[in-house]
Write a protein that binds this ligand. Sequence first.
Ligand code: CTP
Length: 211
Amino acid sequence: MKILITAGPTREAIDMVRFITNRSSGKMGYALARAAKDNGWDTVLISGPVNLPPPEGVDCIMVESAKDMATAVKKEAPAADVIIMAAAVADYRPKAVFDGKLKKQEGGLFLELERTEDILLYLGEHKRPGQTLVGFAAEATEVEANALGKLRKKNLDWIAANDIGAAGCGFAVNTNQVTLYSATGDRIILPLADKFTVANNILDIIVKGKR
Ligand code: CTP
């Protein structure tokens, strides 16, 4: 069985030296890749820029922007039995990338942003029979309603939701507490634990019945 996992943030260039990004550390996605590998899965990890060593035995593809990640994911997705999008893909990028280094001027600077492609939405629209698609929802409010909305809109089989305001959750920490929702109505509250334990719990649940 082959599993594709994405991790980390993306970087969206403003000019040659500056970019827009987010606080994702990549720890959850890397823990999932390590857990998948330990469970005997043929594992591909597509990662944005992070400060983590590549997990041993995992086929790692490093990318920078949302566009790079979309290209890499679309190439790897057809062969994957399970896809977990744990990456915090930027929703917006600067509309025009300044050629060279932008010089400061008097006054403010208006930066026009445009939407990036929603990779998970694309995967949901192109899901092949038997493929399991899993998304993440990091929510600050109305966690369940927002997560269920994403599950349906993106045609996912599972979504792992977390409340980024809750203790022990969120971006740079080593622990996480997620609730898994399935397209068939399951709602499974996983205990707060280190990200490797959470990763193993997530894999146990979503791959049940797939082997
Ligand atoms: N995702 C993606 N491509 C994007 C943005 C997000 O594949 N361009 C994936 C993430 O990997 C994650 C899920 O979609 O699995 C997150 O859903 P999303 O609706 O993008 O959540 P937010 O980025 O938090 O946006 P918002 O809540 O504002 O809708």
